[in-house]
Design a protein around this ligand. Structure first.
Ligand code: NAP
Length: 305
């Protein structure tokens, strides 16, 4: 069935995902037949044979492409033949496919984040992220797979970036990896606590939560240090999309700040993965709008008080 596309998502756990919803609608929008299957594989080493089987099915073209999520974005790399330059820079993969018989690891989170952030910054400040020469400084909370994509995207866009993480070792590794092969090396890390963040706050115009803190089912938690105010004029972008209104976004709203949840990035990264797998572009603007509209109705507003 060469015209039938089988895609999927590998990770663990997968209960929170909206990817099947987005990809099955992208298939319909392009007039293609196919499916998007969830592959919950327990973390390595237990899941090794299942990961190998899935990758072998991509090689045999029984699966057209896979998305990769927690905890496999970095763990899957040794099993692949090549990485795109983006995936190689961030050392994290969220999309897999074959090209000329080789298994390729790619990263569409970078594009998804930058596209959506740019849209939101233009809405908020009339500021074109990718063309602005203003000296902007962003604070990224967390140092995992998603943080790597976000930091790389911001450095490419000439931003200054500080990573605040609870694991100093993980943050230091991120800084070393991402400073390689990029001319913008204004990147450092600090501990994720009130004193370190507080002393930097007057310089920061954008705070990005790249930790899972606040996501369903622990919606009352916030990654922001207790007792610390956000600054006036700052924008808060939370990668968490379920709930749409996280505790952190709620805090920012209370201070009258401009905010964005992670839904826009989720849709943008999915569209790019879909294009890489099928070569087909669902009518991008209307597809994005429809998805945001529909998913907003699907996701419970469990964080909103
Ligand atoms: P990950 O690789 O597991 O990294 C998570 C990071 O958050 C790690 O640095 C982790 O530190 C830190 N962290 C976890 N719990 C914490 C806590 N209680 N306090 C402080 N730091 C904490 O996960 P990921 O792939 O980067 O994903 C992070 C979040 O982004 C998830 O919610 C994911 O759903 C979301 N995401 C959204 C999109 C989108 O399109 N909107 C795309 C990708 C990811 P430790 O190692 O010390 O635990």
């Amino acid at each position: 069935m060469s015209n039938y596309y089988s895609f999927g998502l590998v990770g663990f756990p997968l209960e929170h995902t909206f990817s099947p919803y987005i990809h099955t609608r992208a298939l319909s929008a392009c007039g293609l037949e196919g499916e998007y299957v969830l592959y919950p594989v327990p973390p390595l080493p237990n899941g090794t044979s299942e990961i190998c089987n899935l990758l072998s099915n991509i090689r045999k073209k029984e699966i057209a492409g896979l998305n990769v999520t927690i905890p496999y974005k970095r763990a899957v790399i040794p099993f692949l033949d090549e990485l795109t330059s983006e995936a190689n820079h961030v050392k994290a993969v969220n999309t897999i496919y074959t090209r000329n018989g080789k298994l390729i690891g790619d990263n569409t989170d970078i594009y998804g984040f930058l596209t959506d952030l740019n849209r939101k910054l233009v809405e908020a400040y009339n500021l074109n992220l990718l063309r602005s020469s203003i000296d902007q400084h962003a604070l990224v909370l967390g140092a995992g797979g998603a943080a790597r994509a976000i930091v790389y995207g911001l450095l490419l866009s000439c931003w200054k970036v500080t990573v605040a993480a609870r694991s100093e070792h993980q943050a230091a590794e991120l800084v070393i990896d991402l400073k390689q092969n990029i001319s913008n090396d204004y990147l450092n890390s600090i501990p994720l606590n009130k004193i370190s963040i507080g002393s930097l706050l007057s310089e920061i115009i954008l705070v990005i939560n790249a930790t899972p803190v606040g996501m369903w089912s622990e919606t009352q938690a916030s990654p922001w240090p207790e007792g610390l105010m956000l600054s006036k004029g700052m924008m808060v972008y939370d990668l968490v999309y379920n709930p749409q209104v996280t505790q952190l976004i709620q805090q920012a709203h209370t201070q009258g700040l401009y905010t964005s949840g992670g839904l826009g990035m989720l849709v943008e990264q999915a569209i790019l993965s879909f294009i890489k797998w099928t070569g087909c572009i669902p009518d991008k603007n209307s597809f994005y709008e429809n998805m945001i509209d529909n998913l907003s109705k699907e996701i419970p507003f469990s964080g909103e008080k």
